[in-house]
Design a protein around this ligand. Structure first.
Ligand code: UDP
Length: 329
């Protein structure tokens, strides 16, 4: 297929672009490189530097080339920032997606895979979380992702859009071949912060909350390897049918506590990793674990990376071989 990928220079997007190209798809990426990295884009893909909110540019790209499908990653993705700057989130994540969908409709493109999030579930009443668990997001980030899911669902019957919203749990890890990995600035995610501490970039790290109702008192998350996310995207885009809107959870179905992830990192890195126990981070649900059986049944997807040590090890390999992250910044 010929696939247009927005945000294909970012963390999840770049791993998906690599996977698509390695499976014979032709890929054109648009990325404004505000968070993404030029050298994260797989060499066989074409990178257009530009903003997905630039309707004129988008129209010219979508009319010059006939694309079979779109993968849409370009978005703002920091929960705390979304609370401080909600309008910027509604602009980037909702308004820009609306423009993209209008231009897709005009260009006759009827397939899209959308990067959604378990943040659309908010504080779920029970785990594991199924796709029919009520979606009650508790922050602007989650609400923008849910708003797009609604646009996709409404577009299915109205103009025949085929869509698949993939609700990721905690994306992590790096490419097995060591070529690309996670490089955020500033970093806010658990595993890279643990590894920055292991490398001595931080003298210690914070554990947010040790009084949750979990076995060791720290939050439990479902850490899903970015290569498994990539295979889910590929299977989804190959299976989409025009006029049908779907949504799948993408996780391993297993949970690890913050302390378990730190222990795994201690074993992998051989470093002490000093922690400081601090207050809970506002808005953190105690436990988020996916029931991802639906995509297994419908598309035959299953995660290859299920052991937290292997997952942390893959991130550690990337951070050690790229101490300054991507070099084009
Ligand atoms: N966390 C932590 N210390 C940090 C960063 C994260 O204890 O420096 C915890 C956070 O409270 C959550 C888990 O690690 O329980 C995963 O957080 P992350 O920000 O990586 O992902 P999120 O679950 O917010 O999407």
């Amino acid at each position: 297929m010929r696939i247009f990928v927005t945000g294909g220079a970012g963390y999840v997007g770049s791993h998906c672009v690599k996977d698509l190209c390695e499976h014979g798809h032709e890929v054109v990426v648009i990325d404004n490189l505000c968070k993404g990295h030029r050298s994260a884009v797989y060499a066989k893909a074409r990178l257009i530097e530009g903003d997905v909110g630039d309707a004129k540019l988008l129209r010219s790209i979508l009319t010059a080339t006939k694309f079979d499908a779109v993968m849409h990653f370009a978005a703002s993705a920091e929960v705390g920032e979304s609370v401080r700057e909600p309008l910027s989130y509604y602009h980037n994540n909702v308004s820009n997606t609306l423009t993209l969908l209008e231009l897709m409709r005009d260009a006759g493109i009827h397939k899209i895979v959308f990067s959604s999030s378990c943040a659309t579930y908010g504080m779920p009443a029970s785990v594991p979380i199924r796709e029919d668990t009520p979606q009650l997001p508790i922050n602007p980030y989650g609400r923008t992702k849910l708003a797009v899911e609604w646009m996709l669902a409404d577009s299915a019957s109205a103009w025949g859009l085929g869509s698949c919203a993939l609700r990721y749990f905690n994306a992590c890890g790096a490419a097995r071949d060591g070529s690309i990995g996670e490089d955020h600035n500033p970093e806010s995610h658990l595993i890279p912060i643990i590894l920055e501490t292991a490398r001595g970039r931080r003298s210690q790290m914070s554990v947010f909350g040790t009084d949750y109702d979990t076995p060791d008192g720290t939050c439990i998350r479902d850490y899903i390897h970015v290569e498994d996310l990539a295979s889910a995207h590929r299977l989804a885009i190959e299976a989409i049918e025009p006029g049908v809107g779907q949504a799948f959870n993408i996780g391993t179905g297993r949970g690890n506590s913050v302390l378990e992830v730190i222990e795994a990192a201690r074993r992998i890195t051989g470093q002490e990793i000093t922690i400081e126990e601090v207050d809970r981070r506002p808005g953190d649900p105690p436990i988020l674990i996916a029931d991802a059986s639906r995509i297994g049944q419908e598309l035959g997807w299953k995660p290859d990376w299920t052991d937290i040590e292997d997952i942390v090890g893959s991130a550690w390999q990337w951070h050690q071989s790229h101490p300054e992250g991507f070099e084009d910044d």
